[in-house]
Design a protein around this ligand. Structure first.
Ligand SMILES: Nc1nc2c(ncn2[C@@H]2O[C@H](COP(=O)(O)OP(=O)(O)OP(=O)(O)O)[C@@H](O)[C@H]2O)c(=O)[nH]1
Ligand SMILES: [Zn+2]
Length: 205
């Protein structure tokens, strides 16, 4: 049987979700596990703060691409060439270690009579960043969301990021960055179009 691949994680299952008090207790357990005293002055409020920070850092589960991308515009005077938003700063957390990943996204599409508000592309990147991710999955999710919502002729998504789980721990390799890129539609069919995007974002020869 073919595996069912969920493109976008579902919203949290509210019924099975631990309470805020349980989440705070879990942070307190981790504090004790690293050798700290959760009762000392500076840490008294830390479980509450961490849970509040997680609400913000992982807010992406509460939203879907449809609501983030909003409406499309059709009055573009027949413009049907590339639209590229580059150097969108993002941060996410790797799903293996829950440690930050910091990088830049470059997102391009070839309209088919419809365009999006430019800020919505950055909002989409931000939304997927506020979930646990692998860089590959996040790249594919951005491309699929744009493709499904806007139905453009082509989509290109390139992410460059530093994984702090590789620099702060483990191999402790500093300064390396990981590059992922995916192409849909006419970008997938035409290597010259891919080269154009790479040149425009400063990664091409
Ligand atoms: N493909 C991919 N791998 C990632 C990403 N983020 C982290 N990783 C890797 O996930 C792997 C997890 O490997 P494991 O051997 O299961 O875990 P580990 O013992 O903590 O691995 P080390 O980081 O090598 O110490 C590591 O090689 C990480 O570098 C990502 O976005 N994409
Ligand atoms: Zn990691």
């Amino acid at each position: 049987m073919e595996a069912v691949v969920k493109k976008f994680p579902e919203k949290p299952d509210e019924a099975g979700r631990p309470s805020r008090a349980e989440a705070e207790a879990a942070v307190e357990t981790l504090l004790r596990w690293i050798g700290e005293n959760p009762g000392r002055e500076g840490l008294k409020e830390t479980p509450k703060r961490v849970v509040k920070a997680y609400e913000e850092l992982f807010a992406g589960y509460g939203h879907g691409p449809g609501e983030v991308l909003g409406r499309v515009f059709e009055e573009v005077a027949g413009y049907n060439d590339i639209v590229l938003v580059k150097d969108i700063a993002f941060h996410t957390h790797c799903e293996h270690h829950m440690v930050p990943v910091i990088g830049k996204a470059h997102v391009a599409y070839l309209p088919d009579g419809r365009v999006l508000g430019l800020s919505k592309i950055a909002r989409l990147v931000d939304m997927f960043g506020r979930r646990l991710q692998t860089q590959e999955a996040m790249t594919a999710q951005i491309a699929d969301a744009l493709n499904d919502t806007l139905k453009p002729r082509g989509v290109a998504v390139i992410l460059e990021a530093e994984h702090l789980c590789m620099s702060m721990r483990g191999i402790r390799s500093h300064g390396s960055s990981t590059f992922t890129g995916t192409y849909r539609g006419s970008f997938a069919d035409d290597v010259a179009e891919q080269d154009r995007v790479l040149r425009l974002v400063g990664l091409g020869g």
